[in-house]
Design a protein around this ligand. Sequence first.
Ligand code: GDP
Length: 472
Amino acid sequence: MKRENSLYINDTIVALATASGVGAIAVIRLSGKEAITIADSVFKPHSGKSLLEAPSHTVHLGTLESKDQVIDECLATIFKGTKSYTGEPVVEFSCHGSNYIVEEVIKLCLAKGARLADAGEFTKRAFLNGKLALNQAEAVADLIASDSKASHQVALQQMRGGFTSEIEGLRQELLNFTSLIELELDFSEEDVEFADRTQFKTLLSTIKTIVLSLLQSFSVGNVLKNGIPVAIVGKPNAGKSTLLNALLNEERAIVSDIAGTTRDTIEETLHIGGIAFRFIDTAGIRDTQDQIEAIGVQKAKEKIEKASIVLYLFDVKDSSAQEIISFVKENYREGTKFVLLHNKTDLSTESNITPFDNEILQSLQGYTDTLLRISAKEGNNILALKDFLSHYAQSLNNTGKATIITNIRHYEALHNTLQSIERIEQGIQLQLSGDLLAIDIREALYHLGSITGTVSNDEVLGNIFSRFCIGK
Ligand code: GDP
């Protein structure tokens, strides 16, 4: 399906597709109606045959030449017709990775009529030529940016289709109903109902269920993409900075004996079991009169609010069971995992869970069931903590949901769809006339369509594709 927005698609574009700088190979990509013609005018295959005659999806060894001056010996891969990434003729020159060669080849293509590609323009063309839905195109950028197994998997699943067909299917069904309801408007004098309201309600409730489940998957999707935020909290001197260092295996946070030295928050990313965790060290939580420290304490509370996992560290010398219990109960939030860490166990002779630990666990039933005895300083049980984090993250990942959304634009569009659907439901309840219902249905269709790009505008597209690098 070719999309309408194809004003400048007649141009042939060129750009370096690999990272700039010296490398073994540099790939220069040409895409557009004239791609093969332009390539043919600068590239001489060793076979002596013209690229114009060569079949699609073939690779040719030859020389890139400018006015009989050989620039490089390289490979040219050609894609003819619409069977290419962009959905139009494409040539990729795999040259030797020298900045000079790249510049000369691009200049040569420009001289033959190509123009420099904008950021993301190859992918934008793939979208405009109907090769990718908009959300799939966005996933291409996520895939390039992915730096952990989890973010890679989510992006790959989306790029290969993800929830595209599901959304498009729902939109199509909704569209069918709109047509029927709009048909009723033509017969408004005659009080007919072409659109079966019971079937319509069932469809709305199906859409609502799917949209809600996608919305819920956002929190999981977002943490898998950006890293799971973990807040490390506890009173001053509980050992938070020492724990962060132990987790990261290096001295990055400042460790000191003076209570209240970690005033600001420090964030470090660590990959455990293919999942990124963002560890947030915070100023000690306690009531304080000190102005600067008060800001730090406030920040700690904010970090807890943003965290998916809270590591609450305590030192038995310095905390009563009651204090710990009250802290967890006060700061508990549904959906956030609280992990109690009994620190400095190297100073104790006990190696198993103590009555103190048991008392806390008993009182916090329903809030948390996880308590680990660690020594941040000696590194005891840090591996067990990492293991726990990794398993917990896996359990988030295995929510049984086939599709996960990670993109805030999709989240907003789904949220708007949900609101429109709820208004339609109310409208049916209130027996509103078809023309009024049609307004909300059109809105729901618009929001659903904006996810996959069935409806789009230049501003939205510009916003999305400008975030890509040039050459993608
Ligand atoms: P924070 O204020 O919570 O960040 O605490 P720090 O990490 O700065 O630690 C405060 C003090 O407790 C430092 O002297 C650490 O060396 C010490 N400490 C931290 N963890 C342990 C531990 O597991 N065992 C012992 N014995 N001391 C620790």
